[in-house]
Design a protein around this ligand. Structure first.
Ligand SMILES: [Zn+2]
Length: 241
C-alpha cells in the first residue's frame, strides 16, 4: 500500500493540515469562537516535525498556548490549563478556549508506518520517536515503570499508556498511536473538567492524530471534536472541500 491507501485504510477522513485548521476555524466561527475572543491551546509532541500544526494554529487564532510534551501527552496539568485560561480574552463576561490535542505518526510514500526522513540525515527516521522507544522497550521484555527523574516525560507517558493497554500485549505502532490519541483525549477532558467553569466559559475540543507524509506534507486525522457552549455539548464536523 502506498501513502494514500494506508491513510485511507487506517485514518479515514484525513484532511491536509491546512484544510483541518481552516475548516475547523470556519466551523467554530458558527459557534461564536473567533481569533479575537478566544485563546487557542495546542498539545502536540515536542518533535520539531509537529511544529507546522502549532504554527498554523498560531497564525489562525493569533496565539497558541503550548501544552506540548513527549508523545503529545497532556502533562501541563491543572497549572498549565489554568494559566492558559487566565490569558484568555473576556468578551461580555465570557471566555473562550480552543484546545487542539494530537498524537502523531509518520507514514512514508510507500505506506511504511512510523517512517520519515529528517533534513541532513540519509537514514530513515521515525515518528513518534517516544512511542517507538516505548515499543522497543516492550519488545526487549524489560519495561522500566518507575518515574525516572532523568526521563520524566517518557516515564510518565509509559505509565499513562500502560493503563489503557491490554496486559501482556505489545501493540504495533499504529495501535499504540491510536492508544496515545485516546489517552490524550481522556486526559484533556479530565483537565477541562478540573479547570473550566462552564458558567463563564465556552470551549472547543479538536482532538486527532497529526500525520507526517513524504515531502514535508502534513495531514490531520480528525478524532473527537465538539464545542461546549453555555454548558451544552455539540459535535462539530469538518466539511471537506
Ligand atoms: Zn513524537
Amino acid at each position: 500500500m502506498n501513502f494514500q491507501q494506508t491513510v485511507e485504510t487506517h485514518f479515514p477522513g484525513t484532511l491536509s493540515e491546512t484544510e483541518f485548521i481552516v475548516n475547523s476555524q470556519a466551523a467554530l466561527t458558527e459557534w461564536g469562537f473567533n481569533a479575537e475572543n478566544s485563546i487557542a491551546c495546542v498539545g502536540a509532541c515536542r518533535d520539531e516535525i509537529t511544529r507546522t500544526l502549532i504554527d498554523k494554529v498560531q497564525d489562525a487564532w493569533g496565539e497558541a498556548f503550548n501544552f506540548s510534551s513527549l508523545g503529545g501527552m497532556m502533562f501541563a496539568g491543572k497549572t498549565g490549563f489554568s494559566a492558559a485560561h487566565h490569558h484568555a480574552p473576556i468578551e461580555n463576561g465570557r471566555e473562550h478556549y480552543v484546545y487542539f490535542a494530537m498524537a502523531h505518526i509518520a507514514i512514508d510514500q510507500n505506506g511504511d508506518i512510523g517512517v520519515c526522513y529528517r533534513p541532513g540525515r540519509s537514514e530513515p527516521s521515525g515518528a513518534c520517536g517516544a512511542l517507538i522507544a516505548f515499543r522497543q522497550e516492550m519488545l526487549s521484555g524489560d519495561v522500566a515503570l518507575t518515574l525516572d527523574w532523568d526521563d520524566v516525560e517518557q516515564s510518565l507517558m509509559k505509565q499513562r499508556l500502560l493503563k489503557k493497554m491490554k496486559y501482556g500485549e505489545i501493540p504495533d505502532l499504529l495501535a499504540l498511536t491510536k492508544t496515545a490519541y485516546e489517552v490524550i483525549l481522556s486526559d484533556l477532558k479530565h483537565l477541562i473538567a478540573e479547570t473550566v467553569d462552564v458558567a463563564v466559559s465556552d470551549y472547543a475540543v479538536l482532538c486527532g492524530i497529526q500525520i507526517h507524509g513524504a515531502n514535508k506534507e502534513q495531514f490531520v486525522w480528525p478524532g473527537e471534536m465538539y464545542v461546549v457552549k453555555n454548558g451544552q455539548r455539540s459535535a462539530i464536523t469538518i466539511s471537506f472541500k
